[in-house]
Design a protein around this ligand. Structure first.
Ligand code: TXA
Ligand code: MG
Length: 334
């Protein structure tokens, strides 16, 4: 156990039962707790307590029209929150839960409107990270948990990144190390005639299609409730971000000594302020795991601007591309 000064701020490793019980006790009192999942760190609160939900929105500075995901221990607990469960959702749950998949289902009335932003549907996910599962088990109910960053910013994949994002606003940050997947869950709505991908994420779309056949793609979910353009900026670094299709696109005459460079698999000859490589072997799973942490590292470096190379648009590369587009403030389809 590693205490950081005051009574409730601290970090815990998986298996630290005293800390897990402390987290559950805070959650029962309507407090929020930051915890690791296999995708990104979440800011968790009691999914049935409107005051806890309001606290999540307040700390994240998140608009109330952007609904939360409810995390539960297993599919049975997820179906408890739904008024009906389409066959496609059952198939996907059987294949990918616990894991980086979120299903959008018609909600039961007992699910608070604040969790769903008044929508008739609820987003549910069964995480696989042992620490989030231990907290869910100790708490004994659904936990609402958006990514533990301020709204619109880079999602945290380490406890340290959560501390930098939210700091003193969160009484307890559980430290489970770096997130294995590093991108948020894939969100699928199975309510229509064809499954609808609301957000590309930790389960590649090709894998979803192997289970339920062809899928549709929606405009990114959090853009929907607002006028077009308003939320095009998301996952945003503080510094300007420019995207290129390959390192060869960089003009040879330009001075890059003020630029941070986020390479996919190789760094070109130009001199950069700092250059990081997502995966030297071109492995998209490794690239995904490094993506947010490296984008954050460049944002915190001495570089005054960031240049990122788009990875190939297959597997997890599709989800990385979506996040790069929005981090650069472009529509996700470009
Ligand atoms: O991997 C993840 O999903 C992480 C970890 C912490 O579990 N959570 C996460 O939550 O990414 P958040 O709040 O950052 O993103 C949740 C997304 C939002 O864009 C929201 O609009 C969408 O889920 N969402 C939630 N409920 C929905 C619903 N009923 N219909 C459509 N979209 C929904
Ligand atoms: Mg988020």
């Amino acid at each position: 156990m590693n205490w950081n000064g005051n009574e409730t701020t601290g970090t815990a490793q998986a298996g630290d039962s005293a800390m897990i019980e402390r987290a559950a006790a805070l959650l029962r009192r309507g407090e929020v707790v930051a915890l690791p999942t296999e995708t990104v760190y979440g800011l968790a609160g009691d999914g049935f307590n409107p005051l806890a939900l309001a606290k999540i929105f307040e700390i994240k500075q998140r608009p109330f029209f952007d609904p939360l995901i409810l995390h539960v221990l297993n599919a049975e607990a997820a179906w408890e929150l739904a008024s009906s469960v389409p066959d496609g959702a059952r198939l996907l749950a059987a294949r990918f839960w616990p894991g980086p998949l979120t299903l959008v289902l018609p909600k039961k009335s007992k699910v608070p409107d604040l969790a769903t932003s008044g929508l008739p549907s609820v987003a549910v996910r069964v995480p696989s990270h042992p620490l989030s599962r231990a907290v869910l088990e100790a708490f004994g109910g659904p936990l609402a948990a958006p990514s533990a960053n301020r709204f619109g910013r880079i999602s945290p994949t380490t406890a340290e990144a959560v501390r930098k994002e939210l700091g003193d606003a969160v009484p307890l940050i559980l430290d489970g190390g770096a997130c294995r997947i590093g991108l948020e869950s894939t969100i699928v709505d199975c309510g229509g005639t064809m499954p609808l991908i609301l957000r590309a994420g930790g389960v590649p779309i090709e894998e979803i299609e192997k289970v339920v056949g062809a899928v549709d793609h929606a405009t990114p979910v959090s853009e929907k409730p607002l006028a077009p353009g308003h939320l095009e900026h998301h996952y945003a670094p503080q510094k300007p971000l420019r995207l290129v299709g390959s390192p060869e696109e960089l003009p040879s005459g330009e001075d890059f000594s003020d630029a941070g460079f986020l390479a996919f698999d190789r760094v070109p000859r130009q001199r950069f302020c700092k250059a990081l490589v997502l995966s030297a072997t071109g492995d998209l799973t490794e690239a995904a795991a490094h993506f947010f942490a490296m984008l954050r590292e460049l944002d915190e470096s001495a570089a005054r601007r960031i240049i990122a190379v788009r990875p190939p648009r297959r597997g997890l590369g599709f989800a990385i591309n979506e996040r790069l587009s929005r981090a650069a403030g472009k529509s996700a389809s470009t």
